[in-house]
Design a protein around this ligand. Structure first.
Ligand SMILES: [Zn+2]
Ligand SMILES: [Zn+2]
Length: 155
C-alpha cells in the first residue's frame, strides 16, 4: 500500500526532503511585500495557481486523499524538472510525491510504489501546464537515461 512509503530516511533523501519542504502549497502570500511561493518557485501566476487548486479540489490528484488527511496536512506543488525545462504537474500529497520520484526515475520503484505506476503515468501525461508532445518526449528521454543510470548503480 501507499502508506508503506517512508517519508523519512529515504536513501537519497536529504535533497528530496529539502525539495518537499520548499514546494508545499502555501496558498497566496498574505503580505504585499512577499511574493507567493507558487510564483517564485514555479513561475505560476496567481490565476494559474488558483486554476491548479480548482483542478485538485483539495485532494491529492494522484491518490485522492483530502489535503487535511495527508501527513503534512497540505499538498505539495509537483513538477518534473528536466534540463532547461520544467513541467508543472499538479498538487499531490507527500507520499505521491515519492511515487512521482519513482516515475521520474530519481529513485527506483519498490513494492510500495509500483502499484501506483499506471496512475502516476496518467497523472504525468495530464500535467496541469499542458506540456506539448515534444516536451513530454524530452521528459521521457531524460527518464529513460536516469533509469539506465539507476539500473547500472544497482548491478
Ligand atoms: Zn498568489
Ligand atoms: Zn497522494
Amino acid at each position: 500500500m501507499i502508506n508503506d512509503l517512508s517519508l523519512g530516511p529515504l536513501s537519497h533523501a536529504p535533497m528530496a526532503l529539502a525539495d518537499l519542504a520548499r514546494y508545499v502549497d502555501y496558498g497566496h502570500s498574505k503580505r504585499s511585500d512577499v511574493p507567493c511561493t507558487h510564483k517564485y518557485e514555479h513561475r505560476l501566476t496567481c490565476d494559474e495557481y488558483d486554476a491548479m487548486r480548482d483542478r485538485a479540489q483539495g485532494e491529492c490528484e494522484l491518490c485522492d486523499t483530502p489535503d487535511h488527511e495527508t501527513p503534512r496536512g497540505q499538498l505539495v506543488i509537483d513538477h518534473f524538472r528536466g534540463r532547461r525545462f520544467r513541467i508543472i504537474r499538479g498538487l499531490i500529497c507527500d507520499r505521491c510525491n515519492s511515487v512521482m520520484s519513482r516515475h521520474d526515475a530519481t529513485a527506483p520503484w519498490g513494492p510500495a510504489s509500483l502499484p501506483f505506476a499506471e496512475r502516476a503515468r496518467a497523472y504525468h501525461l495530464n500535467a496541469f501546464s499542458r506540456p506539448t508532445v515534444e516536451l513530454l518526449q524530452r521528459a521521457d528521454a531524460e527518464i529513460e537515461l536516469r533509469r539506465a543510470r539507476l539500473a547500472a548503480r544497482r548491478v
